[in-house]
Design a protein around this ligand. Structure first.
Ligand code: CMP
Length: 139
């Protein structure tokens, strides 16, 4: 089951600009089923924990500040080959490198403010999903 699921966040930049509906449309039109969905806001401790893998990177402070500055949409998505297919749908981390037709090409503005997150492995998809959603919120 875990191999068919991924975790995403619509980041504060995209929420601020009113792109929740547009991004969710692209996700469901690409064949992903919504397993869990909520509008929420990361605390400082949440963001530091979620991005702990990046804590030695020079952009860590900027990343945590950005991800806590306003609400995000958290979601679990299901589809065959979910992690890989979702990363293809969102496009490269830097929107300047993102392919036509990807979410980041359409909605991201910079490598930091890149509109959406997508898990990078099945293992992280499960960890990130369980960070945000209780079992009874996963449908
Ligand atoms: P994401 O892949 O969702 O998770 C890690 C995030 O770190 C990444 O998106 C970017 O938002 C951010 N990030 C990566 N590289 C940089 C960078 N050079 N400067 C600022 N933020 C970055």
């Amino acid at each position: 089951m875990a191999t068919n699921r991924t975790f995403t966040m619509i980041k504060p930049d995209a929420v601020e600009k009113g792109h929740i509906g547009g991004i969710l449309s692209m996700i469901t039109e690409a064949g992903f089923r919504i397993v869990s969905l909520k509008l929420t806001q990361l605390t400082l401790a949440d963001a530091q924990a979620f991005y702990a893998v990046h804590k030695e990177r020079p952009f860590f402070g900027e990343l945590v500040e950005f991800m806590t500055r306003g609400p995000i949409v958290a979601a679990i998505l299901e589809k065959e080959n979910a992690v890989e297919d979702f990363r293809a749908l969102i496009g490269a981390t830097n929107p300047a490198d993102a392919a036509e037709g990807t979410i980041r090409k359409k909605y991201a503005t910079s490598v930091g403010e890149n509109a959406v997150h997508g898990s990078d492995s099945d293992e992280n998809a499960a960890i990130e999903s369980n960070f945000h959603f209780a079992g009874r919120e996963q449908f």
